[in-house]
Write a protein that binds this ligand. Structure first.
Ligand SMILES: [Zn+2]
Length: 138
């Protein structure tokens, strides 16, 4: 189950499917999300779910034993996303993750290429708010 926070009223809304959540997640880099974007929903309606830290984990949290780095280029033109893998190597795209798992099959239980997100926000400010807003109920 996935939840997202409305920028307008701050209520948590349930997003029923992973596909829908991923679509919003990608689009959210470009625009804010509001209750009205959910079918038959508005800011007037009661909150779908109470935020509870014990049951929520951040979707953007990197897979175990990895570290996610978002680095601004020197000329400030754009940001690059890397993951530092358990072997210390950097992964810059899904191909690198697949290659790592081929060479280190023991990690395939705890991570999959789909749990890595290489999309980069356009603005630093967005990165900060994104990580606090994207959560998934386990
Ligand atoms: Zn709202």
């Amino acid at each position: 189950m996935y939840v997202i926070k409305c920028r307008e009223c701050g209520k948590w809304r349930i997003i029923p499917t992973k596909e829908e959540f991923e679509t919003i997640r990608v689009n959210f880099l470009l625009e804010s999300w509001f209750c009205t974007r959910k079918l038959d929903c508005s800011c007037e309606q009661p909150e779908d779910v109470k935020y509870d830290r014990s049951h929520i984990w951040v979707l953007d949290r990197p897979p175990p034993e990895t570290e996610r780095l978002v680095i601004m280029r020197k000329d400030l033109s754009r940001m690059d996303t890397y993951y530092v893998m358990p072997n210390g190597k950097r992964a810059r795209r899904h191909y690198d993750v697949e290659k790592f798992l081929e060479e280190n099959p023991q990690y395939s239980d705890t991570m999959s290429p789909s749990s890595f997100s290489f999309s980069t926000p356009k603005i630093v400010k967005e990165t900060v708010s994104m990580s606090s807003m994207w959560r998934s109920l386990g």
